[in-house]
Write a protein that binds this ligand. Structure first.
Ligand code: NAD
Length: 260
């Protein structure tokens, strides 16, 4: 039960972030949505969530590449909704290319959105959470925060960085009622992964079905995509009072991928 709590989720106009926003709202939390997309569609999502869950839902358009905008999103939550209980650093992008030709702009974009935005939002959130005596910081890392795959150097570096950052923050706030943890999903069938499936099919000259079987789910022993509902289950645990002793940890939900 998250009634009376305020939850900010970066990159929540799509995929995992949107699913976590739905989970938070349906358990009674007020939510700040963030992310790119068509303004009319985002407004439909916002208003729909507000109406179906009976909670307050706001949208902040912060670009996760810009530290001042990220900090402003956190301040906006406190200003608009009165508190900040749960921060989910979820926005992320991917680019798949060999390191020797990896473009500098893609490297910088991935490090900024997947890693630095987590720092900017967390730095802004901690004073608010400390003053409340309670807070939850949940970073959406990845199986690629624990292990690597070829051609994803920036993403793997950023996600490993998120896990190191998570541990450090956890130690700093451990006495303040605040926890900081990372969720490490395997493959989830979101727009981010659908794009990769299409790109890989083109690059390898094979069907999308074969990419899913031979490339994507090759790493995942269950041979099943992880679902956003399954991730929401862990999110709700970490956000709850029962999650109070989970701190600085990385939780794999990856169908056994990183057990190998
Ligand atoms: P997605 O593409 O569906 O969603 C990404 C979200 O981030 C969108 O809302 C998008 O608008 C937002 N975003 C992108 N750039 C932004 C920017 N500059 N400023 C603000 N928002 C921005 O992808 P997803 O699969 O839901 O990914 C969510 C997170 O989960 C990412 O951190 C990703 O790395 C991680 N993840 C995904 C998978 C997977 O298989 N899908 C697996 C492990 C980890």
């Amino acid at each position: 039960d998250l009634r009376g709590q305020v939850c900010v989720i970066s990159g929540s106009t799509s995929g995992i972030g949107l699913a976590l926003a739905r989970a938070a709202a349906s358990h009674g939390a007020d939510v700040v949505l963030n992310g790119l997309g068509d303004p009319a569609e985002i407004e439909r999502t916002r208003a729909g969530l507000e109406a179906s869950c009976g909670v307050r839902v706001r949208y902040h358009a912060a670009n996760m590449m810009k530290g001042d905008e990220v900090a402003d999103m956190v301040a906006f939550a406190k200003h608009q909704l009165g508190r900040l209980d749960i921060l989910v650093n979820n926005a992320g992008v991917q680019h798949v290319e060999a390191v020797e030709t990896f473009p500098t702009d893609k490297w910088e974009q991935i490090l900024a959105i997947n890693l630095s935005s987590t720092f900017y939002a967390t730095r802004a959130a901690i004073p608010i959470m400390k003053a409340q005596g309670r807070g939850r910081i949940i970073n959406v890392a990845s199986a690629h925060g624990l292990v690597a795959s070829p051609f994803k150097s920036a993403y793997v570096a950023a996600k490993h960085g998120v896990i190191g950052f998570t541990k450090t923050v956890a130690l700093e706030v451990a006495r303040d009622g605040v926890t900081c943890n990372a969720i490490c999903p395997g493959y989830v069938e979101t727009p981010l992964v659908k794009q990769q499936i299409a790109d890989q099919a083109k690059a390898r000259g094979i069907s999308k079905e074969r990419v899913v079987e031979d490339v994507i789910l090759a790493a995942q022993p269950t041979k099943q995509f992880v679902t956003t509902e399954q991730l929401a289950g862990l999110f709700l645990y970490l956000a709850s009072d029962l999650g109070a002793s989970a701190n600085g940890a990385s939780f794999s939900i990856d169908g056994g991928w990183t057990a190998q």
